[in-house]
Design a protein around this ligand. Structure first.
Ligand SMILES: *[C@@H]1O[C@H](CO)[C@@H](O)[C@H](O)[C@H]1NC(C)=O
Ligand SMILES: *[C@@H]1O[C@H](CO)[C@@H](O)[C@H](O)[C@H]1NC(C)=O
Ligand SMILES: *[C@@H]1O[C@H](CO)[C@@H](O)[C@H](O)[C@H]1NC(C)=O
Ligand SMILES: *[C@@H]1O[C@H](CO)[C@@H](O)[C@H](O)[C@H]1NC(C)=O
Ligand SMILES: *[C@@H]1O[C@H](CO)[C@@H](O)[C@H](O)[C@H]1NC(C)=O
Ligand SMILES: *[C@@H]1O[C@H](CO)[C@@H](O)[C@H](O)[C@H]1NC(C)=O
Ligand SMILES: *[C@@H]1O[C@H](CO)[C@@H](O)[C@H](O)[C@H]1NC(C)=O
Length: 231
């Protein structure tokens, strides 16, 4: 928040012309440069239509959402402004094996929505995908092994574990697997200060305890579900 105000002040002083132009958080946007140009300055990318309000030409990107890098001009669209956006841990045509793996086949992203409906998000016009894990380390939820890991996606794109822990978008990601009926849900181990201290203090403590338990349970000193380096 303050960072952005500061960035905009810099612009006022002529340091950089396009710093505050994206009308949404960078993390909630996608590169739509190769989208199809439609009349009225609209752009269609991956089946999603962005009107002029929701995209900008910018000249920067963030590596790991942290390090700003200036790049040649390109166009980013605010996906989360026009779709319920859900983040996939891997790329568009990748599934999670031991690590993200390319596949030419159709990779459904089947999840429970609102705990009641089983939906392939890839084949549903309300949803759109962001790509790449949102944090350094994610841990996989394992509902087949532990019922308290059962999760579903809320109508607003948050992930809900065991009907009670709320994990907002950008604190988790999903990954299609081969030969499983559901996509995997992976939750950030560490979270942002905002998440930790302001929004959901109870939830984050539970997640920590939950994860510590899992590490201790696996008595051989290896953390079986740590994908920190694998993704
Ligand atoms: C955006 O997408 C275009 C077309 O796919 C690509 O050429 C360009 O390098 C991308 N830019 C960034 C910063 O990702
Ligand atoms: C873009 O779409 C939104 C809602 O879908 C609408 O409120 C807005 O006026 C549109 N902007 C333009 C420039 O067409
Ligand atoms: C989406 O689902 C419909 C109906 O089940 C099916 O006909 C269509 O081929 C699916 N689309 C994709 C991309 O799988
Ligand atoms: C989805 O719901 C079904 C039925 O309640 C449950 O068996 C399954 O484990 C759930 N899937 C996930 C990924 O939690
Ligand atoms: C999203 O939906 C869930 C369940 O309906 C709700 O508890 C939560 O407050 C909503 N908002 C966010 C930002 O997750
Ligand atoms: C998935 O199933 C296919 C055939 O059903 C099999 O050939 C393949 O080895 C399986 N892959 C994994 C990772 O189990
Ligand atoms: C720990 O290692 C032993 C021997 O390598 C193995 O038999 C056992 O199943 C392992 N336990 C766990 C929880 O991985």
């Amino acid at each position: 928040m303050y960072g952005r105000i500061f960035a905009c002040l810099l612009v006022l002083f002529g340091v950089r012309s396009s710093v505050c132009s994206l009308p949404c958080d960078y993390i909630d946007s996608v590169n739509i440069t190769d989208g199809e140009r439609l009349p009225n300055d609209e752009i269609r990318h991956n089946g999603v239509i962005y009107n002029k309000t929701y995209y900008r030409m910018i000249d920067y990107e963030y590596e790991d959402f942290a390090t700003k890098k200036y790049v040649p001009n390109y166009i980013r669209g605010c996906l989360c402004a026009v779709r319920i956006c859900v983040r996939l841990c891997c790329g568009e045509r990748e599934y999670l094996g031991r690590k993200c793996t390319h596949s030419d086949g159709y990779l459904p992203v089947v999840v429970n929505v609102s705990a009641t409906e089983m939906i392939d998000l890839r084949n549903h016009s309300l949803y759109g995908f962001l790509y790449g894990k949102p944090c350094e380390q994610v841990y996989e939820l394992l509902p087949e092994e532990n019922p308290v890991d059962e999760w579903s996606i809320a109508r607003n794109g948050s992930l809900i574990i065991a009907d009670e822990l709320l994990v907002p978008r950008n604190q988790y990601c999903l990954a299609p697997r081969l030969n499983t009926s559901y996509a995997s849900g992976l939750v950030c181990f560490t979270s942002t200060e905002e998440f930790k201290y302001n929004l959901y203090p109870v939830a984050i403590i539970s997640i920590w305890c939950h994860l510590l338990h899992r590490q201790l349970d696996n008595g051989n000193g290896t953390v079986a579900t740590d994908y920190g380096d694998g993704l």
